[in-house]
Design a protein around this ligand. Structure first.
Ligand code: 1HE
Length: 267
């Protein structure tokens, strides 16, 4: 299998835990984990390798009080980029974030503090988002004289709808707390460590068969872009492969002999 060489990462801290769960931490807290080009390249590298390196689940976190302050505005200012230069920067962001969304490795984001601009674009490329009481979401691009370039027009709009997305960009509106969950910006809100909850969820997800997780994350993401007709066809093909995998037989047998857990309502 392909190996992930941890020594190749410096703007990210990457750490392997049990069950193939890896924690990928944005590691520039003094810059509020702003996304410079080197960080984007490290995300491309990690999420390109992860599907073939036995990563069962990736937990994406930020060090310090803030998850991510978005585009590195200082680097962007200093580089004084041409339109073509910045287009290519954005294409690298898309390379990284598409690898996350479509790669087939479940990504659980642990959010705290600012999840803003490109930080929200990054978070919205994860499959599961956990926030806490400090977490807040915003798209400050409008105020900065900028526009989103890392997929927010697609992914944030998917999460909150077009009208809210446009309002966030026009007015700088900030969402936090339960309201952010109700809108779909995160699926979980906890008091205290969002990372602890994200790791619990990752451990649960890692108990599924890898091919099921691959299909859940990759096929659902791809099928969303298809017509209903083609999506139904693709779903049938994926189910043909996944639902007949040899490793599923012991789970089916356990259901048949009544040793498998039943689905019950929450207490
Ligand atoms: C940064 C960045 C950054 C902080 N690029 N260096 N994103 C934004 O418009 C958000 C900009 N940042 C903020 O609003 C605030 O910094 C935070 C709310 C995230 C954090 O506030 P705070 O008070 O904790 O920190 P700070 O004092 O503002 O910043 C601490 C340091 O981080 C400081 O560096 P220092 O060297 O002077 O200590 C800041 O310069 C640095 N820092 N945020 C670079 N974003 C593909 S297009 C995507 C378009 C966008 O993402 S636009 C949205 C950009």
């Amino acid at each position: 299998a392909i190996q992930i060489d941890k020594s190749r990462f410096s703007n990210l801290a990457v750490e392997e835990r049990d069950n193939g769960v890896w924690v990928v931490t944005l590691n520039r807290p003094s810059k509020r984990n702003a996304l410079d080009i080197d960080t984007i390249e490290e995300l491309v590298e990690f999420f390109s390798l992860a599907p073939r390196a036995g990563v069962s689940v990736a937990v994406l976190a930020g060090s310090g009080d803030h998850f991510c302050a978005g585009l590195d505005l200082i680097e962007h200012h200093d580089e004084d980029r041409s339109p073509a230069d910045f287009m290519h920067v954005c294409l690298r962001w898309h390379e990284a974030f598409n690898k996350m969304e479509y790669g087939g490795v479940p990504v659980v984001a642990a959010l705290q503090g600012a999840v803003v601009g490109g930080g929200l674009e990054l978070a919205s490329s994860a499959h599961v988002r956990v926030m806490n009481e400090t977490t807040y979401f915003a798209l400050p691009e409008g105020q900065r004289g900028l526009f989103t370039g890392g997929g927010a027009t697609i992914r944030v709009t998917d999460l909150v709808g077009k009208a809210r997305m446009i309002d966030m960009m026009l007015t700088g509106r900030v969402y936090q707390g339960q309201e952010a969950v109700d809108l779909g910006l995160a699926q979980y809100i906890v008091e205290g460590s969002s990372l602890d909850r994200a790791l619990e969820l990752a451990d649960r997800i890692a108990q599924n068969l890898p091919l099921s997780n691959f299909a859940i994350c990759s096929a659902v993401s791809h099928i969303q872009n298809m017509s209903a007709l083609d999506g139904a066809y693709a779903e049938a093909v994926v189910a043909g492969v996944v639902n007949t995998q040899p490793d599923a037989r012991t789970r089916l047998a356990a259901f048949a002999d009544k040793s498998a857990a039943r689905v019950r309502p929450n207490d």
